[in-house]
Design a protein around this ligand. Sequence first.
Ligand code: CMC
Length: 430
Amino acid sequence: MSKDTLTVTDNRTGRTYEIPVVENCAVSAMNFRQIKVDDDDFGLMVYDPGFKNTASCVSRITFIDGEKGILRYRGYPIDQLAKKSSFLEVAYLITKGELPTAAQMTEFQYKITHHTLLHESLKDFISSFNRDGHPMGIVASTVAALSTFYPDAKEIADPESRQLQMYRLLAKMPTIAAFAFRHSLGQFFVYPDNTLSYSGNFLSMLFKMTEPKYEPNPILEKVLDVLFILHADHEQNCSANAMRSVGSSQVNPFCAMSGAISALYGPLHGGANEAVLRMLRQIGKKENIPDFIQKCKKREVRLMGFGHRVYKNYDPRATIIKELAHQVFEVTGSNPLLDIALELEKIALEDEYFVKRKLYPNVDFYSGIIYQAMGFPVELYPVLFAIGRTAGWLAQWEEMLLDKDQKIARPRQIYLGEGERDYVPMDQRG
Ligand code: CMC
């Protein structure tokens, strides 16, 4: 008998099955379908709400070892990329699989820089939202609306078309985000400046007023670029799964990515950075921390920015962000919320409740404090996450499309509802 198999005995029938083990780490769920009590039986399914132990795909993009706190994009450790690379280089790496040569980088940068403009009608579209509308709703809607301007995006089997839509999405996300921000302030829209870097141009579109040319602070420009790198991909998280799942219906990438942005918006995912800042403000001062920790332990609230489905150790992105925070505060001056965060982290890391459950700070714990210091309003934090994550969503989407094993995402269910019953006219219901 081959060693790469699993022997399963169904005690209901006494029958034994040999199930192949794939890549030394998984079994195909379809192999369980043969396990039946009789011929009329549908066969066994696997039950896994929230995909806690289900691999939905084979991927070659991002590797995470949650126990050891390791994160690599295409094999490159996140700390090396954060120190040595730029977001656009990482976007190239993630979407194309290899680091670019100088010539490839120049071309990629040119393409992204020259796709940043939005159709003028989109300015009216963005302006039509309520001024206090959450920017994630505006960004998700505007990205979906892009599909109406680029009907060619439906040609998902054409590699050139896929590449073009990827340029468009990477290029236009900062413009959409900045326009949503300016709209919330009732300010005029600032067009892209092609002479600036990706993050420098984004800062210009956000903050430029009447000066002829916006000069981004080089430290803040670099920190923002690193933050985009840290958020660029994270394997099969909720929004990547949404991107793949929506995209598996073969819809265009704009609509698929609108679904991913919506998934990211939630407070358990990319909305956590916003929730952390609100939580720190609510705690207000260090003396209130013990009470807050008690509330967490009674499950009345969650310690936002803590815990992760995959990391059972320090999130490596949080370590890098904590270092970045100090660089930012040298420019912007100290932030009292940092002291609360540091103290909260210290107490939580010593508390048995958090230690036992392996709850450590995640990427969102410190990013909000940096964003606040840089002058971003809280509502924009998940949007900043979405700009970086665009690279990952696009890579996940294309990998899904090119994977011959992938099908339209369509889970099974265990039906426990009513059996068949006859319709009861309204006047006869109790
Ligand atoms: N505060 C207090 N308790 C927590 C927390 C938290 N932040 N996170 C998990 N727990 C407890 C939870 O109550 C449960 O305890 P018990 O077993 O006694 O019921 C245990 O830890 C396991 O939690 P879970 O909810 O089953 O774990 P999960 O893998 O389904 O959830 C998570 C992961 C990230 C949604 C969760 O840790 C959480 O809600 N964290 C706060 C939100 C947050 O910071 N999200 C950002 C994640 S990182 C950015 C990204 O990639 O999205």
